[in-house]
Design a protein around this ligand. Structure first.
Ligand code: ATP
Ligand code: MG
Length: 411
């Protein structure tokens, strides 16, 4: 039996790689313009980092982690990168620098989920994290950068949803109100929701189970509990965020039931959705996490960030073409073909020759598939020191010198 890629993973093939470069290059350009620096953290970390950092009432920690033991040490493939970035921030004493400290990252994440369209077990995220700023201008900057990055990729038709979860103080009253509203039909909810009821009732609002959602509708849960009542400080922060977004011309919708799946969020949470993604419609999720650095053993540090699913982004942008090399050398004189190939590569062009020295017709056929120009190097060309160049797009054939050849490919 032939071996296949594990369920929920995908090869990214050469024919698709230009789309990935497009996303990665746009990220680098947009984030670095705003002075975010790239950080690359390990793909696996100590399991306790995620248990403490992502939270042990989340689906990620309870069900989705790829955990393994090596030398009595429990390690986990990273399911997300915020915890790893915070760990690195502390390990390398970035908190001693004058704030803000701004990072961006990209790379593979691993979650043991049910694979379906837009949901894989190994997937990729690109994200930003900003440390040290409490003011809502930081939240607005992060949301603005997400929008700018999406616009750069040609994606304009997106919905930015925002909400404020307040601080632990304002959340307590809301949790109590929520529990009271849910109690009458708690028995009908899924096992996850039953567990969340005591540990983290807010996340019941994020449940994706159909039966739970049916009961929420039936008992009119959202209207019964209405929205969180923010304390003066959180309310002021949320108002400021909206003001900044207005100034920056970022269009948003308020969704008072947006809670997000992770435990660490405080105040601002947001999601960016696309109507073109089907049921897995969120491209971007993020928010403020003022308590996380402290939870992971550091000093109190306000922070805000987001992550985007790169596969979901990819499915929204038009496919790019596979890139072609500049020159393919068509020749029956292998040493001369090799020499010319390297001469062109040294000038900065991409070039290849026919390793098997097949018939000219076969070589030309190959050239037309992979290159912009075929350089024909026959006996006459070699003896008289010129090249016959065939433009493989318009089939025009011209005789020229090496310098002219180089000029042609630059144009
Ligand atoms: P979802 O509600 O779709 O499960 P999430 O709340 O678990 O998303 P986050 O942890 O906030 O997602 O991750 C941010 C983004 O990463 C998501 O908006 C999505 O685009 C992407 N993402 C998350 N999980 C997966 C996955 N299993 N496969 C592909 N992309 C994913
Ligand atoms: Mg999820």
């Amino acid at each position: 039996m032939s071996i296949k890629a594990p369920k929920g993973t995908k090869d990214i093939l050469p024919s698709e790689i230009n789309d990935w470069y497009k996303i990665e290059n746009a990220a680098k350009e947009v984030f670095e313009k705003a002075n975010f620096k790239e950080i690359r953290t390990p793909i696996f970390e100590d399991t306790c980092l995620f248990e403490r950092g992502v939270g042990d009432t989340t689906d990620i920690v309870n069900k989705e982690m790829y955990t393994f033991i090596k030398s009595d040490r429990s390690l986990t493939l990273r399911p997300e990168n915020t915890a790893g970035v915070v760990r690195a921030y502390l390990e390398h004493n970035f908190y001693r620098e004058s704030p803000p400290v701004k990072f961006w990252y990209k790379g593979p994440m691993f979650r043991y989920e049910r694979p379906q369209a837009g949901r894989q077990r190994q997937f990729h995220q690109v994200g930003i994290e900003m440390f040290g700023i409490q003011d809502a201008s930081a939240d607005a900057e992060c949301i603005m950068l997400a929008v700018e990055f999406l616009n750069k990729l040609g994606l304009n038709d997106l919905i930015v949803e925002i909400n404020s979860l307040g601080c632990p103080k304002c959340r307590q009253e809301y949790k109590d109100r929520l529990k009271k509203a849910i109690a009458p039909f708690l028995d009908g909810l899924c096992e996850d929701c039953k567990n969340r009821f005591e540990k983290n009732p807010l996340r019941i609002l994020d449940c994706k189970n159909e039966e739970c959602n049916r009961l929420f509708e039936k008992y009119n849960l959202k209207n019964t509990v209405s929205s969180i009542k923010l304390c003066a400080e959180c309310d002021d922060h949320y108002k400021k965020l909206k003001k900044y977004l207005d100034i920056l011309n970022v269009k948003y919708e308020e969704n008072t039931f947006l809670v997000r799946g992770l435990d660490y969020y405080t105040k601002t949470v947001f999601e960016i959705k696309s109507n073109n993604l089907g049921s897995q419609n969120a491209v971007c999720g993020g928010g403020r996490y003022d308590g996380l650095v402290e939870t992971l053993g550091g000093p109190h540090t306000p922070a805000v960030g987001w992550a985007m699913g790169m596969e979901r982004l990819n499915s929204l942008i038009p496919n790019s073409e596979t890139s072609k090399i500049d020159f393919f050398i068509v020749s029956d004189n292998q040493p001369e073909a090799v020499k010319l190939t390297y001469k062109l590569r040294n000038k900065g062009f991409s070039a290849e020759f026919d390793y098997n020295t097949r018939k000219f017709a076969k070589q030309l056929e190959k050239a037309s598939k992979i290159a912009r120009f075929a350089v024909i190097l026959g006996e006459d060309e070699i003896n008289n020191n010129y090249f016959t160049v065939k433009n493989l797009i318009d089939s025009q054939q011209t005789k020229m010198s090496f310098d002219e050849l180089c000029e042609l490919a630059k144009s």
